[in-house]
Design a protein around this ligand. Structure first.
Ligand code: FMN
Length: 248
């Protein structure tokens, strides 16, 4: 097992995996880490669908379009989930408020699913495994994803996570410097633009010189091009499709 420092500070996303499966012991540790995630109200408003069936992975890969889904050992779909508490309320004869129709309900579901995915990422990295979040699991046809994973109403995929034995070790990506990311006591009132431009130059240099495929991508324009693409996503529609009909 890696140290906490190695696990957190040497973590990189891994998109290429060996063919071998991860072991039962490794999987159990990842499951336990997921189970012990802190959640809003201790409501545990999330579930994970852990896919190791190659046919289901292939179906998901065809829909989501990320090859890691096919080549990883386990593809985990982290979902926000109000189905379980709704079932509990029904069984106990308690009226269930439509929390899933509020922005706050959706927010806490997304936080719980995301936090639990981070538990899995930390556990996988501590074990020396490789993993990569797959956000496209959120933005592709949710109706189709729900059909493949047989998700009930009020359950929606927030993010996927591909996990496997690593076949690559990418360079650490330069992140924003501490004083651009962590502000002591209050948000700075000036100097952000200059720091962002300095960071942009660091990323540009990194992209030109990193091992593997190099690019001339900067940071600001490159991220904004992702946002431009993301403007097309119809998440309100997707949420409604899954039973999250937010009215406030
Ligand atoms: C919510 C989320 C969604 C992501 N979606 C994808 C994805 O669909 N495909 C992919 O290759 N990487 C994806 N990533 C990985 C990011 O590209 C990666 O974390 C980022 O480039 C920083 O690199 P690092 O993880 O190696 O530090 C995602 C990461 C997060 C947190």
């Amino acid at each position: 097992m890696k140290t906490v420092k190695e696990t957190l500070l040497e973590r990189v996303s891994c998109r290429r995996y060996e063919r071998e499966p991860i072991t039962t012991e490794q999987l159990e540790f990842i499951y336990e880490a997921i189970r012990n995630t802190p959640t809003s109200y201790n409501g545990q408003q999330f579930s994970v669908v852990d896919v190791d069936d190659q046919n289901i992975k292939l179906e998901l890969e065809a829909l989501i379009g990320q090859k890691q889904i096919k080549t990883c050992s386990h593809f985990m779909a982290f979902c926000m989930d109000f189905h379980k508490i709704k079932e509990g309320a029904k069984a106990k004869g308690i009226e269930m408020p439509h929390i899933y129709d509020t922005v706050d309900g959706v927010t806490l579901g997304i936080i719980d699913a995301s936090t639990s995915m981070m538990s899995a990422i930390v556990a996988a990295n501590a074990l020396g495994l490789g993993c990569c979040p797959i956000g496209y699991a959120r933005t592709r046809d949710q109706k189709e994803i729900a059909r493949i994973l047989r998700l009930p109403e009020h359950v929606m995929v927030v993010c996927g996570l591909a996990i496997g034995v690593p076949r690559e070790h990418n360079d650490l990506k330069p992140k924003q410097p501490t004083d651009l990311m962590i502000f002591r006591n209050s948000y700075p009132q000036s100097g952000i633009a200059e720091q962002v431009i300095d960071y942009d130059a660091v990323v540009t240099r990194y992209n030109e010189t990193r091992s593997g495929a190099t690019t001339d991508n900067d940071w600001v324009a490159h991220i904004i091009s992702y946002y431009q693409e993301a403007m097309k996503y119809q998440m309100l529609e997707a949420l409604r499709e899954r039973g999250f009909d937010c009215d406030h």
